[in-house]
Design a protein around this ligand. Structure first.
Ligand SMILES: *Cc1c(COP(=O)(O)O)cnc(C)c1O
Length: 430
């Protein structure tokens, strides 16, 4: 008797139809990979192992036999990633962004170290803070690091300017000089304006403090030259997810632009952190898909990333015009793929996100500066990468802005949302 799996396939088909063809997806951390990136993932590499590096001149060779084809793919992927990001080192084995950060933390940090990171209410990722990998890595046995606890001074947050959307450079330099942390973690999840790597890097270089730049969200914008380039500005490692603004398979990446002298300390830590630190098999089946996405971004990344950013501003303007305030208006709303919408006056973020979901518009509630309760945030985080990929332009995002405003105010607009989505089913930039 064949195993009955019809019900499982039916659920997956419903997801494909609903999220793939009916919903307007505005989750800032999500994207839809191209048909080629999807289809190439069904392959024999699924279930295989290839620990170590391809043995083409590298010190550490593979620990498994039968790897000649993944050796070719991994070598090509690392080379073409270096070309795309104009950098000297590329580690393509991490299987997610958090895994890439974990590899650096494990490879470089030790219990008792000190860090400066972005706080979660300023948009920092939860993994950078007390309960995430960074906080846990620097605790010693028996310690629990927690905001306000005395021993927790070893994890400090970047001081912010009054608007709360920018790091205060002068105060940060002061803090670095006094506090002398082992590492800085820059980059965020609610990420509207570039962190000041260029301004902070010189003091870090002088004190030999490495900067981990977590570019999970903005990796595709960096590849397309539409956001600042943290490696050129002096970051030690650039980590990222390859499935957010970078429209590839769900994996991670570590990039470096180190000279050989620093390579030993910093790149060696990354290498050992990835393997054997945090992975054994590296989900080989999706590495060819990453290479496909890298080629797509080489060809179309600039145009795609530029359009993403323009669309984000267009959506912010449309919402504002409909009486739904968007944060950071005085700075032009955003320089990235995201906007932060203030829905405090409409019952808060949870209520607004659920109202939108009921109308097939998908996004997530988010804390805004000044919020203290993560379960009652006053904002929505909205991103344009996926719908941009399906061909929506500024005028289309203006129409979408009106639908979002109407849904937040309690109107039923599901049919109109489905109709709008129906006009954008063909993927561009592939
Ligand atoms: C999404 C995100 C991550 C986690 O990435 P995964 O690829 O899902 O593991 C890490 N850092 C930041 C800043 C993020 O926004």
């Amino acid at each position: 008797m064949p195993v009955d799996t019809k019900d499982i396939f039916a659920i997956v088909e419903k997801q494909n139809q609903w999220r793939g063809r009916e919903c307007i997806n505005l989750i800032a951390s999500e994207n839809t990979p191209s048909p080629a990136v999807r289809s190439i993932q069904l392959n024999d590499f699924m279930g295989r192992y290839a620990e170590g590096h391809p043995n083409v001149g590298a010190k550490i060779n593979r620990y498994y036999q039968g790897t000649q084809y993944i050796d070719q793919i991994e070598t090509m992927a690392a080379k073409e990633v270096r070309e795309l990001f104009h950098c000297a080192q590329a580690e393509v084995r991490p299987y997610s962004g958090n895994n890439a950060n974990t590899a650096i933390a494990l490879g470089y940090l030790r219990g008792g170290d000190a860090l400066i990171v972005n706080s979660t209410d300023a948009g920092g990722h939860i993994s950078h803070s007390f309960f995430g990998v960074m906080g846990r890595r620097i605790q010693t046995r028996g310690q629990v690091l927690k905001a306000g606890k005395e021993n927790s001074v070893r994890l400090q947050f970047f001081p912010l300017t009054e608007d709360h959307y920018h790091i205060d450079v002068a105060q940060t330099i002061d803090l670095i000089e006094k506090f002398k942390p082992q590492m800085l973690v820059m980059g965020k999840s609610l990420y509207l304006f570039p962190d000041p790597v260029k301004e902070i890097a010189p003091i870090c270089k002088q004190l030999e403090i490495p900067i981990l730049y977590d570019g999970a969200h903005v990796l595709g914008l960096i590849a397309g030259g539409q956001f600042h380039d943290p490696l050129t500005e002096g970051a030690t490692w650039l980590t990222g997810s390859t499935h957010k603004t970078f429209p590839g398979p769900q994996r991670g990446i570590i990039l470096g632009n180190l000279d050989p002298e620093n390579e030993k300390n910093y790149w060696g830590a990354a290498d050992r952190g990835v393997f054997p630190g945090t992975s054994s098999n590296h989900h080989l089946y999706s590495l060819p898909a990453l290479l496909v996405a890298v080629r797509e971004m080489k060809a179309h990344g600039k145009a795609y990333a530029a359009r993403i950013c323009k669309n984000a501003v267009a959506l912010a303007q449309a919402l504002d015009a409909c009486g739904v305030p968007v944060e950071a208006k005085e700075f032009g709303y955003t320089r990235s793929h995201q906007i932060a919408v203030n829905v405090f006056a409409f019952g808060g973020g949870v209520r607004a996100a659920l109202a939108l979901e009921a109308n097939d518009i998908i996004c997530n509630y988010n804390m805004l500066p000044g919020d203290s309760d993560p379960m009652n945030p006053s904002g929505l985080r909205i991103g344009t990468p996926e719908m941009t990929r399906f061909g929506m332009k500024e005028k289309d995002f203006a129409v979408l802005g009106e639908l979002i405003a109407a849904a937040i105010k309690g109107q039923q607009v599901k049919d109109k949302v489905n109709q709008l989505r129906g006009q954008f089913l063909e993927m561009e930039y592939v």
